[in-house]
Design a protein. Structure first.
Length: 256
């Protein structure tokens, strides 16, 4: 009687068999060594211009930079700017401030709300405009200029509201008295000029103190004043001096 074959033979994994020398994925035993770690050189690129770095590189505030970007950043930090740069910064910043004031007024007159968060947007606009007008020059003078122009923008945005309220008050007063408004030709030129100057002085004073007048509104006024401060802080931040440390040069194969 002959033994029968096992219908379920065990699976042979072949773990005890040596690797075939013809297998291209298995390195030869002689090529293996464990004394020295072999690393692949890291490929770096400039954080600012995105160009690959093949040889030397720098660190600007902890970020990798190519030699060209590091040189341009160093030259920008050395520039302080004179009166021409300050004048250009004033013109660019004034344009941004007027645009921000118009944005404030449009939102207030159309939506009938005073959106205080726009003060932060205006601060960013003015700060960037001042730096752009100064051709990249930064520093304390440009910071002060940016803050003053930002406050001017926020304060002058109240002027259209003051004028609208004055007109409504005058119309209501005339309607209550039943008198017709006087003709413009009946007013003497000297009195008209004096009245215009007086009105401009009053509007200027009101625009300077307008952000603080909202404190009469209670807690909401305090929040509005805090938002104004944040907007001024943004203008100060964007015009601050560039003091990022520039370190290097390092070689591409050097570990830092």
């Amino acid at each position: 009687m002959f033994p029968r074959e096992d219908p379920n033979p065990p699976i042979q994994l072949g773990l005890n068999q040596g690797a075939s020398s013809d297998d291209p994925d298995v390195p030869a035993a002689e090529s293996l060594q464990f004394r020295k770690a072999e690393t692949t050189p890291e490929k770096r690129s400039c954080t600012f211009c995105r160009e690959p770095i093949s040889d030397a590189y720098y660190h600007i505030g902890g970020r990798v930079a190519c030699p060209a970007c590091a040189q341009a950043r160093s030259e920008g930090q050395a520039r302080r700017g004179g009166m021409p740069e300050l004048g250009r910064a004033f013109l660019y910043g004034l344009g941004a401030a007027l645009a921000g004031s118009a944005l404030f007024a449009v939102v207030a007159l159309v939506a009938h709300i005073r959106l205080g968060l726009l003060a932060i947007v205006v601060g960013v606009m003015v700060g960037k405009a001042v730096v752009h007008g100064a051709r990249g020059c930064r520093g304390r003078r440009f910071q002060i200029l940016a803050v003053l122009l930002t406050y001017f923008s926020i304060g002058s945005s109240y002027v259209p509201l003051f004028i609208a309220e004055a007109r409504e008050h005058r119309a209501a007063k005339i309607a209550a008295s039943g008198n017709q408004p006087s003709s413009p030709h009946a007013v003497r030129p000297a009195a008209a000029v004096a009245g215009l100057v007086f009105a401009l002085v009053i509007l200027t004073v009101l625009s300077l103190i307008a952000p603080f007048l909202e404190l009469a509104g209670g807690f909401s006024g305090v929040i509005g004043l805090v938002i104004v401060f944040i907007g001024l802080r943004q203008a100060w931040h964007y015009a601050r001096a560039d003091e990022a440390p520039i370190m290097g040069p390092y070689t591409a194969g050097e570990v830092v």
